[in-house]
Design a protein around this ligand. Structure first.
Ligand SMILES: Nc1ncnc2c1ncn2[C@@H]1O[C@H](COP(=O)(O)OP(=O)(O)OP(=O)(O)O)[C@@H](O)[C@H]1O
Ligand SMILES: [Mg+2]
Length: 359
């Protein structure tokens, strides 16, 4: 039985990549080298969604809009983090972009190929770790990856080499000859991740790649994503882990109820949605009356005080470059002994909660 017949019998819809994409997709080292030599984040748009919409029909109820007129562009070499609460439409978006699910309206392209009319080509250039990866549990890990490598059109030597390299990278080389049914949840997620990366895809879609992983394994995944980015691959990452999102993603997109509600770098989102940073000043001894005098003499208009004790002050100010030196000068003149002046951290979690809770 051929690999494709086996794939059919397993209910898999794979077609060898080499057959799909022809001349412009070379799985050999030339392809890998050309990717590594490219600087990340060239300005080419690799993923483009225009008014991308998905409605699910429900029996006896109005259609449910899971993704609503999404407009999004991801550049080649960029890591985009897609955030949003449960049911926001992240997985549905990814499934449309990877040609698994047909949009109800709008369109999307990957490297210029329409995800609907050119689905075969799209499937050939993307790697996709699905939210609930199904593995063929009777197979052994190495055998399973070899099987997929063949589906991807990789040569025997290449798929073996690449599988071994990735099994080693993710710390499960010891289990390579064990059946997948014996694998733990996190180990299965690793195998699925390796499967999605096996053919060094130009775009990798990762739907919650570390949801089942221990902290060390999650770090291995973050390192792998950072490495891919360094090699110029594009990564589309859905995650609930805000640390992961902030450390890995060049830009973050936040969706709620199927609508894009924010897009930008973590810093841009913090500035836009949290406003001016919060400054904290700690003093060695109580300040006495000097602070109230300062506030009465015009300070109250410029400083929004969030917390104030005898030796601690936390505030925001719209023009920190102008107002912080004025305040420090006044405190000095009042004889304050300043121990520290620091900017309080504005976390991505604050931005996320603010946007999601719409407060
Ligand atoms: N096959 C389907 N049929 C009907 N409704 C669906 C289907 N798939 C998803 N939905 C609905 O679409 C909405 C978006 O679901 P989706 O899985 O995209 O959310 P998500 O952002 O990935 O959530 P999570 O963070 O929980 O993974 C939800 O309301 C969900 O119930
Ligand atoms: Mg999901």
């Amino acid at each position: 039985m051929s690999t494709l017949q086996i794939a059919d019998s397993l209910g898999l819809s794979f077609v060898p990549i080499a057959a799909l994409v022809g001349k412009d997709y070379n799985l050999g080292s030339a392809h890998l080298n050309s990717r590594t030599s490219r600087a990340p984040q060239s300005m080419d748009i690799l993923i483009r969604a225009e008014n991308l919409t998905k409605q699910f029909l429900a029996h006896g109820a109005l259609p449910h809009t899971a993704v609503s007129a999404l407009n999004l562009q991801v550049h080649e070499g960029e890591v985009l983090g897609l955030l949003g609460p449960n049911g926001a439409g992240k997985t549905t978006t990814v499934r449309m972009l990877t040609s698994i699910l047909k949009p109800t309206a709008g369109r999307a392209t990957i490297a210029g190929h329409d995800v609907v009319t050119d689905a075969r080509h799209v499937r050939g250039i993307v790697g996709h770790l699905t939210e609930f990866p199904g593995l063929y549990l009777r197979m052994r890990a190495r055998e399973y990856l070899d099987f997929y490598g063949e589906l991807y059109g990789m040569s025997r030597a290449m798929r073996r080499g690449r599988a071994d390299e990735l099994l080693m990278q993710f710390g499960i080389a010891d289990a390579a000859n064990r059946r997948l049914s014996e694998f733990s949840k996190g180990m299965r997620q690793k195998v699925a991740l390796i499967r999605s990366m096996l053919h060094s895809p130009r775009v990798l879609f990762l739907d919650e790649p570390t949801s089942a992983m221990d902290p060390h394994s999650a770090k291995q995944v973050r390192d792998a994503v950072a490495q891919l980015r360094g090699q110029g691959h594009t990564v589309f990452l859905c995650t609930h882990n805000l640390y992961e999102a902030e450390t890995l993603a060049d830009r973050l997109a936040l969706i709620r109820k199927g609508e894009l509600i924010a897009l930008g770098t973590a810093q841009e989102l913090k500035t836009k949605f949290l406003g001016a940073p919060t400054i904290e000043i700690r003093l060695a001894k109580p300040l006495g009356q000097a602070w109230s005098t300062f506030m009465q003499n015009g300070g109250a208009e410029k400083f929004h005080v969030e917390e104030f004790t005898e030796t601690y002050l936390r505030y925001r100010t719209a023009e920190p470059q102008l107002n912080n030196p004025r305040l420090l000068k006044a405190l000095n003149e009042a004889g304050a002994e300043i121990v520290t002046v620091s900017e309080a951290e504005q976390s991505l979690e604050h931005v996320y909660l603010k946007l999601v809770e719409n407060v």
